[in-house]
Each structure stands twice: as structure tokens, then as C-alpha cells.
Design a protein around this ligand. Structure first.
Ligand code: NAD
Length: 433
């Protein structure tokens, strides 16, 4: 597609987390006039001063540029901000609520706050991940025929949020109001991305269908890794052989300690509840969730085995806490889930993550990787930070009390670890000692 010119619009973004701040800063970089709103007054003040406190490459620069240029602003009150908006993007949290369904209270609070202040014709856009039927429900809450509700799910990944937003594989926009989805898709026209313009329910479902597919892919790979161990095969070779097939693709084919993060656990749970609400038994997805718990339990058993069979009093050093490399996000991190089970079994835990500072419940958080090895019986790699590969494994071995390394990401070069006099156990690969 040719680089189309953007017709600048007045946009309000509500919620300045990973999605909202990225959306606001990126839309401003496309030439729109963007006002970002958040309930967290201290955060608004920091952002207005150009201080970005989440780890996203390029985001602080974009925020700084927008502030300097004058087409990006941060304010505390949504009602005043929306009065002359052409579109309002809701980027507030939709966490897992009681019973496993998405908790829509933040969305409802904002709709109640701004509903009658929205100018006629302004599109109210959900970028938050919301259950199918939410656009319709928002429409009922609004009670206005002159404000179209549009679903525009977001697919950015933490750690590459700006790159993903500005170079999306697709834009998905859906509305039941004729022309409204097209108008919102137009805001992105300068990106030249393919757009899927559809009805609201389909757009809402795309996001869950995509995330749950990825979760199922990861559970599948973890299950195949378990089979590899039992059958004497090597998961690296198996996934290499699978990944050449373009129908399968190479991404999301690495085994690990189980999937987590701020999206996949809550979105799988929400889609299961959505399926239940229409009396569909989504056994396939439920099995993927069960497999994820089984994978975590297999990792715990592996660590216990490496510690000599008993976790009580064992000293375990954890390398990595974030749910994946490149982010500081700890929400629903599998590393924290593993740590909490180890802790419940009486293990003493010291952990290090390059993006995390300050102690966490049940563990000491060290300020460098070697501290976790000091006196440790087992060192466990839980997040795939590339810098763990470059550690001085001889030095690390000298600091340890035991000699076991459990590498739940198949990140390390086993030969290097063995050379240091340690044993190495990955996932779906033969144990090396
Ligand atoms: P987040 O927790 O990082 O940020 C949410 C922000 O909203 C916070 O700053 C919070 O203070 C603010 N907020 C809460 N209630 C508010 C209110 N009533 N008014 C104004 N601001 C309010 O959340 P996130 O990770 O950016 O996720 C937001 C949504 O986007 C969720 O629905 C999530 O599922 C979806 N999503 C997230 C990602 C991701 O990778 N994080 C990717 C795609 C979609």
C-alpha cells in the first residue's frame, strides 16, 4: 500500500499502561492530536514531565517528541478531555474477575464517566480485550444513537510494543454502526497495514481466538517436549523440523515453564467462560490450560529432583522473573508461579531479573545474577534473557553449594555449563551431566 497521508484527528486515550501509552504516543507520532487520561494522578504527572516508567524500547522517545511538538498531552480527567474528541480509545485493564470471566468494571466506570460528555459522532473504541457482546453492552449503557461503539483489539507484544504498533501485521476494527469501523481504520491509514473491517462481535472474538490459539500452540509444544523426554527425542530438532512447514511456522514453538503474562491466562479463562455462556464445551482450550498447569508441576518436580528430592531447606537460585525477556512485567509470570510453589514447599529462594528490583514475597531479589548462585543447590533459568547465556559459568559454579542447573527455556549452551563442572537439564532434551 502507498504511504497515505494521515488526516489529523483529535483522539483521547483512556488508560496509560502498556497498551494505552503506546497507542497514545504512536497515534501522536502519526500526526494526530492525542490526549491521554489516567486515574493514577502521580503517573499522569510523571508522563506530563516526560517520564515513562515501563520498559518499552522507543516509547520514552515518542512520548518526549509528542510533548515537545505539542500534540500529546496527559491529563487526569476524562470528562473534560473527551469534549471535542473524534475518537476515544478505552485502554483500561480487563483482568480476570471472579469466576474467571473478564472483569469489565474499569470499562463501565469510564463509560459512565464520559457517556454524556462525548460529542455527537465521536467513536467510542474498545482497545482493551473485552468479551464478545461488550460493544453492544456499552451501547446500551451509553444509550446514545449518535455515538458509535467500535471494537479495535490490540495485538502489540510487550517488549516490542512501539515496533508492533507502528508496523502491525493487521488492524482489526469492528462495529455494528455503518461506516464507524472504516472511520477508525482510517486513523491508522499512514501505517499501510492490511485492515480487517467487520462487525463488533467478530472483532471482539478475533483477539481471544488469536491469543488462545497461541496458548494452545505453547501447550502443545510443551506436551511434545514431554514426549521427547519419554521417547529419547530432542525437542529442538523436532520443532526445527516442524517450523520449516509454513502452515505451522517457527514462532511460539519453544518449550518453557508454562505460558503466562498479563494476557494469555486471563484471555484463555475468559474465552472458556464465553464458550460456557453459549453452552459450548470448549474442551480443546480447557486441555491447553490443564496442560499448562501440568507443565508447571513437571518443572517443580524437576527442580525438586535436582535438589536431591526434598525442597524443604533447599536453596534455589532463580534466573529470571518476568514472564518473558525484554519486559519488566511480572503479571501472571510463570516464574513467579514456580517460585511460589517452591516457597510453599520450604525452599529458600534468591532470584535475579535484569528488569526487576526490590524484594518480592517469599524470596530475596538480588541485584546481580551471581548472587543467586551463592550457596545454591540448584540454579534455575526461568526467563530467556540473553545475558544469562553470557554469564561466567565457572565463577557461578564456584559459588554454588550444589551442581545442578535446570534450564526451563533451553537457553544455555549445555557444553558451557558442563565445562564448569555443573549438570544441565533442559526441557524436552536429554539430561547432560
Ligand atoms: P495496564 O494495567 O498496563 O494499564 C492500564 C491503565 O489504565 C493503568 O495506567 C491504570 O491506572 C489505568 N486505568 C484503570 N482504570 C482507569 C479509569 N477508570 N480511567 C482511566 N485510567 C484507568 O494494562 P495494559 O497491559 O495496557 O492492558 C490494557 C488492556 O489492553 C487490557 O484489556 C489488556 O488485556 C489489553 N491488551 C494488553 C496487551 C499487553 O501486552 N499488555 C496487549 C494487547 C491487549
Amino acid at each position: 500500500m502507498s504511504a497515505a497521508r494521515t488526516v489529523a484527528a483529535r483522539i483521547v486515550v483512556v488508560g496509560t499502561g502498556y497498551v494505552g501509552l503506546t497507542t497514545g504516543a504512536c497515534l501522536a507520532s502519526l500526526g494526530h492530536h492525542v490526549t491521554c487520561v489516567d486515574v493514577d494522578a502521580a503517573k499522569v504527572a510523571r508522563l506530563a514531565a516526560g517520564r515513562v516508567d515501563i520498559m518499552e524500547p522507543g516509547l520514552a522517545e515518542l512520548v518526549g517528541r509528542g510533548l515537545t511538538k505539542g500534540n500529546l498531552a496527559f491529563v487526569g480527567g476524562a470528562r473534560d478531555a473527551v469534549r471535542d474528541a473524534a475518537a476515544v480509545f478505552l485502554c483500561v485493564p480487563t483482568p480476570m474477575g471472579a469466576g474467571g470471566a473478564a472483569d469489565l468494571r474499569a470499562v463501565e466506570v469510564v463509560v459512565a464517566e464520559i457517556g454524556d460528555a462525548l460529542p455527537s459522532g465521536c467513536a467510542l473504541v474498545t482497545k482493551s480485550t473485552v468479551p464478545v457482546g461488550t460493544a453492544r453492552r456499552i451501547g446500551e449503557l451509553l444509550g446514545r444513537d449518535d455515538v458509535p461503539v467500535v471494537s479495535n483489539p490490540e495485538f502489540l507484544r510487550e517488549g516490542t510494543a512501539v515496533e508492533d504498533f507502528l508496523g502491525p501485521e493487521r488492524i482489526v476494527v469492528g462495529s455494528d454502526t455503518p461506516g464507524a469501523a472504516e472511520r477508525v481504520a482510517d486513523l491508522y491509514r499512514a501505517l499501510g497495514a492490511p485492515s480487517v473491517v467487520t462487525d463488533a462481535a467478530s472483532a471482539e472474538l478475533v483477539k481471544y481466538a488469536a491469543n488462545c490459539f497461541l496458548a494452545m500452540k505453547l501447550s502443545y509444544v510443551n506436551a511434545i517436549a514431554e514426549l521427547c523426554e519419554r521417547l529419547g527425542a530432542d525437542i529442538d530438532a523436532v520443532t526445527e523440523g516442524m517450523g520449516h512447514d509454513r502452515r505451522i511456522g517457527r514462532s511460539f514453538l519453544k518449550p518453557g515453564p508454562g505460558w503466562g503474562g498479563s494476557c494469555l491466562p486471563k484471555d484463555t479463562s475468559a474465552l472458556l467462560r464465553i464458550a460456557e455462556s453459549v453452552r459450548y464445551d470448549f474442551g480443546l482450550l480447557a486441555a491447553a490450560v490443564d496442560e499448562n498447569i501440568a507443565q508447571r508441576d513437571r518443572i517443580i518436580a524437576r527442580i525438586a529432583g535436582a535438589a536431591g528430592g526434598d525442597l524443604a531447606g533447599a536453596r534455589i537460585g532463580l534466573l529470571g522473573l518476568a514472564f518473558k525477556a525484554g519486559t519488566d512485567d511480572l503479571r501472571d509470570s510463570p516464574a513467579l508461579s514456580v517460585a511460589s510453589v517452591l516457597c510453599a514447599h520450604g525452599a529458600e529462594i534468591t532470584a535475579y531479573d535484569p528488569a526487576v528490583a526490590g524484594d518480592l514475597p517469599g524470596m530475596t531479589v538480588a541485584d546481580n545474577a551471581y548472587r543467586v548462585a551463592k550457596g545454591a543447590d540448584v540454579v534455575v533459568v526461568l526467563t530467556e534473557w540473553p545475558e544469562f547465556r553470557r554469564l561466567d559459568w565457572h565463577y557461578l559454579a564456584a559459588l554454588m553449594r550444589g551442581d545442578a542447573v535446570v534450564d526451563t527455556r533451553n537457553l544455555l549452551e549445555p557444553g558451557v555449563v558442563l565445562d564448569a563442572g555443573l549438570s544441565w537439564q533442559g526441557i524436552g532434551r536429554p539430561r547432560r551431566a
